[in-house]
Design a protein around this ligand. Structure first.
Ligand SMILES: Nc1ncnc2c1ncn2[C@@H]1O[C@H](COP(=O)(O)OP(=O)(O)OP(=O)(O)O)[C@@H](O)[C@H]1O
Length: 268
């Protein structure tokens, strides 16, 4: 099998006395979707921050293409092709689509002795990039990002990351705030990124979404990798149980039953 594009081995992270991640080993290959599942507080954000150069692991190693990497800052991770897209697309509502696509890297044209922002070119490239991901409703790069739907914003952010050379795309809860149709749209975009040979790390707590597009799954519970399996190896119920911690759900069921019993009218 080909070398993993990104590999973490035995990663630990603590903040002072607080242990947040313990012995996390994961890998993702080009053209593969790794779903990282976990309840609130499981350590997903901390893991993303390690992958994107915001935090350094306390111990453990990261490799890309089989070579050790050490991301000392987010720029170092970006330069290696790691791109993170956050829940709301991380875009600027009051900017145009073209502007927000190129923010910090605007194409320039000559205007007399000056070089000025080439709005037409920026708009054309941005609209084309988003269309490549199947979003055909966006045809005007002058439109404000704030007027786009949640799914369209995600598409814009993903298209932007891919245009700027992402090899590993980290999607942080991209479908969490979306309705069914919009979420389906974003899942389609994930499949498209996968087809382009990008390694996708899809962070979610929505098991159905993960199962739809994932090739490989890891479940984080209180900072530990509680399960690591491939498509078809576990059912939706098994995964949900794992994530919620089967005990917590059983406890809740028992509590509801007790309440229902107590609420029943007593025979006179
Ligand atoms: N800088 C920090 N200092 C101390 N503790 C931290 C720090 N960052 C995170 N933690 C703790 O680590 C644990 C995991 O947090 P993290 O944000 O990674 O979880 P998460 O899975 O992303 O949760 P959520 O889905 O709620 O965002 C939490 O208990 C959190 O309080």
């Amino acid at each position: 099998m080909n070398t993993p594009l990104l590999k973490l081995s035995h990663v630990h992270k603590s903040f002072g006395p607080i242990d947040v991640l313990h012995d996390i080993s994961l890998e993702v290959r080009a053209g593969e979707v790794l779903c990282l599942l976990g309840d609130n507080g499981a350590g997903k954000s901390t893991l993303i921050k390690i992958l994107s150069g915001v935090h350094r692991p306390t111990s453990g190693t990261l490799e890309m293409d089989g070579r050790a990497v050490d991301f000392t800052n987010p720029k170092a991770a970006t330069l290696k092709g790691i791109a993170t897209v956050h829940q709301f697309g991380g875009t600027f509502p009051l900017m145009s689509i073209g502007r927000s696509f190129f923010v910090g890297a605007e194409p320039k044209k000559r205007w007399g002795p000056l070089k000025v922002y080439d709005r037409k070119r920026a708009n054309e490239i941005a609209v084309r990039a988003v269309r490549e991901f199947g979003i055909t409703r966006i045809d005007d790069g002058d439109r404000l990002v704030g007027g786009l739907s949640g799914g369209e914003r995600q598409a814009l952010a993903i298209a932007r990351a891919v245009y700027f050379g992402a090899r590993v795309l980290i999607l942080d809860e991209p479908t969490a705030a979306l309705g069914v149709k919009e979420a389906a749209h974003v899942l389609r975009i994930i499949m498209q990124a996968r087809r382009k040979g990008i390694a996708v790390i899809f962070i979610t707590h929505q098991v159905v979404h993960a199962l739809t597009v994932g090739d490989h799954f890891a479940v984080l519970i209180r900072g530990t990798k509680a399960a690591d399996f491939r498509k078809g190896e576990k059912t939706r119920e098994e995964i949900t149980d794992l994530m919620a911690g089967g005990e917590a759900m059983a406890e809740l069921e028992a509590e509801i039953e007790r309440e229902a019993l107590a609420a029943r009218p007593h025979p006179a």
